[in-house]
Design a protein around this ligand. Structure first.
Ligand SMILES: *[C@@H]1O[C@H](CO)[C@@H](O)[C@H](O)[C@H]1NC(C)=O
Ligand SMILES: *[C@@H]1O[C@H](CO)[C@@H](O)[C@H](O)[C@H]1NC(C)=O
Length: 200
């Protein structure tokens, strides 16, 4: 019994360090935590462990317990394909105010009660802060080996490092201007092309 209790205590303290939830190998790598924030009104990336995930698709939502920032959990993408490995979301997809305590939620497209993964809380910051450096996003060792359907391109990996290059200010800004990205394969390929262009 004592060992059991101390095991629970250890779990509780581990939980305190990270509020994130991960199931079936699916973990949100970005955003989340103090070092991986979003910029208000800009294109922002979501990156997950596609190489380890046992889920082939999921919904993407944003949540916050602070109802002055977000009154309820809000769907961003109704059906995201795991093989994309990352997703650029634009202000057309989601536009939440500057603030703290946001989380990204990945869930079963057929039943939102089945939550697959929740990110660590993250902030939405003013544009003047700039994007976090690309090096802040942990890389997914399995991403390089994931099978992508023909036509989806290999470039979706760009998004995983596309948050910044060099000085840390480069970002998929232009994509945010007019492009509507959805979870479709064609749209994902287009998004990657746009990100690549904006980085050139
Ligand atoms: C969304 O946030 C609310 C308020 O904190 C919480 O009750 C709910 O469990 C969250 N939903 C998910 C799927 O994390
Ligand atoms: C959704 O999933 C929950 C938890 O697994 C389950 O209790 C519920 O019955 C499911 N709802 C539907 C409509 O399948």
């Amino acid at each position: 019994m004592r060992m059991h209790l101390s095991a629970i205590a250890a779990l509780a303290s581990a939980g305190a360090a990270s509020a994130a939830i991960s199931n079936g190998g699916l973990k949100i790598l970005a955003p989340g935590g103090d070092n991986l924030w979003w910029l208000v009104g800009m294109g922002n990336n979501i990156v997950w462990t596609c190489g380890e995930s046992t889920f082939s698709q999921f919904t993407v939502s944003i949540n916050n317990s602070d109802i002055s920032l977000l009154t309820d959990i809000q769907a961003i993408i109704s059906q995201e394909q795991n093989f994309n490995c990352d997703q650029l979301v634009t202000p057309n997809d989601v536009n939440v105010p500057v603030g703290d305590g946001y989380t990204i939620v990945l869930a079963d497209p057929l039943n939102g009660t089945n939550v697959y993964a929740v990110s660590d809380p993250f902030s939405v910051k003013p544009v003047s802060v700039g994007y976090p450096p690309a090096s802040a996003t942990p890389s997914d060792p399995g991403a390089a080996t994931i099978a992508k359907p023909t036509g989806s391109g290999s470039g979706s990996v760009v998004g995983a490092t596309g948050a910044a290059t060099g000085s840390g200010s480069a970002a998929p800004q232009k994509t945010g201007a007019g492009m509507r990205l959805s979870a479709g394969v064609a749209a994902a390929a287009l998004g990657v092309a746009a990100v690549t262009l904006s980085l050139l």
